[in-house]
Design a protein around this ligand. Structure first.
Ligand code: PEP
Ligand code: MN
Length: 339
């Protein structure tokens, strides 16, 4: 962190601030006296220093960070890629994992049927929402705990580990017991109480990017989970809000190389929620693989027109099989193998 002092501030006042910073924050401060003003360089762990408070000091002109505020998620302190193990399925490293399944669990027949289809096509994890974050309170809210039980039946039938979204801290115990990968949805990316609580689980976390969040805000949310003790975090780009209204969201493929540079955590892409239209899912999925994603999350439904949620963006099992066939040689070309 660098502090630029106002022109004309005397050495005595500078030394008072230096002593205060060293005492209060355990950092070492170097002073450079320029022609017009002095600059303080803070060395040490500055993550917990409140920049806004510092800039309230009458002698301070400007405060700048030269280090990222995230530590545990930072690639600088952890150069190698993290590989997250989801009940035996590796996410990250040289593997490409495909998470597939319906937006929401609707019935035993539906979830077991889709699970068998996606497993046969090469998916490595089964998704299905039991608790749904819907814009309208009158829309289908999910089957709740019963939905998790049906996911477990589908897991027993296929061997696929299961992924489902948690919406509130009070469900932590339930998800710890039932689910292999706990999803924190876009709408809850900055629900800090929830992040702290899932940070205490032993299960890995799939952290989706918020609807309008920057890379740094997203990584800071991962940092919350990691700081609470759970370092098994997978990031998921699912499109962000832009001025474009043709698609549901705009898939931000720049996120993949950017996150790779900023963090060591694995990153997967959800083209379904980005596009909002089934026919865009395959090209966007291919692009995600080509730009270096560690995997995909794709919505698949046995009867999209009758889906209780997100039918328009859901692939049929046939279209999903087509996607997997297209994807296979591309994944190989990228030097990876399907998980
Ligand atoms: C979902 O995966 O079903 C979902 C609601 O996604 P998102 O949080 O990205 O909108
Ligand atoms: Mn959905």
């Amino acid at each position: 962190m660098v502090i630029v002092m106002k022109p004309g501030v005397g050495q005595e006042r500078i030394q008072t601030l230096v002593a205060q910073l060293e005492r209060d924050h355990g950092v070492t401060v170097g002073v450079t006296n320029g022609v017009g003003c002095s600059i303080l360089g803070l060395v040490g762990d500055t993550a917990h220093i409140d920049m806004d408070k510092l800039s309230l000091n009458d002698d301070v002109e400007r405060v700048m960070r030269v280090q990222e505020p995230y530590k545990k998620a930072n690639r600088k302190f952890h150069p190698e890629d993290t590989v997250v193990d989801v009940s035996g399925v590796p996410i990250g490293g040289g593997k490409f994992a495909v998470i597939a399944g319906p937006c929401s669990v609707e019935s035993e027949e539906q979830i077991v049927g889709v699970a068998r289809d996606v497993e046969a096509a090469g998916a490595s994890l089964l998704r299905g929402g039991a608790f749904k974050p819907r814009t309208s309170p009158y829309s289908f809210q999910g089957m709740g705990t019963g939905g998790l039980e049906l996911l477990l039946e589908a897991k027993a039938a296929t061997g696929l580990p299961i992924v489902s979204e948690i919406m509130a801290p009070r469900y932590c115990e339930l998800f710890e017991e039932k689910v292999d990968l706990v999803q924190v949805g876009a709408r809850n990316m900055q629900n800090f109480d929830l992040l702290k609580e899932v940070g205490r689980l032993s299960k890995p976390i799939l952290l989706k990017r918020g609807l309008s969040n920057t890379y740094e805000e997203w990584i800071m949310s991962a940092e919350y989970i990691m700081a609470a003790g759970n370092e098994n975090v997978i990031l998921c780009e699912r499109g962000v809000r832009t001025f474009e209204t043709y698609t549901r969201n705009t898939l931000d493929l720049s996120a993949i190389p950017a996150i790779r540079k900023m963090s060591h955590l694995p990153i997967v892409v959800d083209p379904s929620h980005a596009a909002g239209m089934y026919w865009m899912v395959e090209p966007l999925a291919m692009a995600a693989a080509a730009v270096g994603a560690d995997g995909l999350m794709v919505e698949v439904h046995n009867n999209p027109p009758r889906a209780k949620c997100d039918g328009a963006q859901s692939l049929t099992p046939e279209k999903f099989r087509h996607l997997m066939d297209q994807l296979n040689p591309l994944v190989e070309l990228m030097g990876k193998t399907l998980a």
